[in-house]
Design a protein. Sequence first.
Length: 374
Amino acid sequence: MEIRSSGLDDRYEVTFAGPDLDALERIDAPALAAELDGLDADGIVSSKDRGALFAAALAARRRLPGPVPAAVASCQHKPTARRLQQRAVPDAVPAWDASGGPPPFPPPWFVKPAVGRLSMGARRVDDPLDLPRAKGDDAYAAGWEALARLGGVDLDGHGWIAEELLTGDPVTVEGYVHRGAATVLGVTDSVLYEGTLSFERFEYPSRLPSERINAAAAVAAALPRAFGFDGGFFNVELLVPPEGTPGLIELNGRIASQFAPLLRAVHGRSSYDALLALACGEDPRWDPGPPDGVAVSYVLRRFEDAWVDEVPEPEEGVEILAHPGENLSDAYANDTDSFRLAIVYEAGETREEAVERARARAAGLTFRLRPPRA
């Protein structure tokens, strides 16, 4: 949808190939690679975590531009990522432990899988008895390991990591690296549904003071070099306190696809424009000037499971994420507390206008839901 809306299909021949890796229970990475080896391409990209790792492995096999698989895998493997982050921005990294037992620092802790997607499995833990008991046989981790091995990377994707809690305003810094130079596109605010860890909306540009925005951008721009990350997009999630160094949640070695319509709305240029240029080895030369207004990506959620009978038709500026004929809980793209129904994109001259438009449009979407089926 974004490629079409930004007119990129007029400038590039884009082929959508391969399965949605997040939807597969088992991944045969060599077979998938062999399936796609016959397709001619100047660049290979993906907007999801396992997809980004697969794209890096495929690009490396063909000697195409893009980040090396080891760099992408290191971003996604949280214990490895924390070690590399400590070298680059030690003041931004919370205390952490991946030993599999109670951490050597007191609770509360924030616990998350060693590799994962969205916020799956991430939660606050206040009692050592509530810590995960075993590494488990997680299918997502096994699939991730298969893709990593395709790229020549051998890491254990099972297990979990516990971290000290961070505080501050949640933001995401997005940018790219071209020939070793990091360029920051912008800083986006994350707003949670009250009393939850579920994102309600993302607002661009950030409402934070310029000094705090610059501090967040400085932490983000210092990270890619420590990972050997080049020729690709990155986004960095941070918690920004009123003073001092922002706290680093994680570095993602991929585009933040949900922000692309926001950048297009206020800058007139989509981040996918820069992504495709970068994937072909070109300098995206991102310099769109100051934003014109405010744009919002609004996530319509339900906090109870339900059976989906009908969903509205997709339209420009609306992504429908629920599927008829299944429970909301059957979808993989949810967090631990809620179920995503749709994403709405809106913009306005002011922040208040953009949020009001997004909420009104989301409220107008009609989903026919019933009690969940066993």
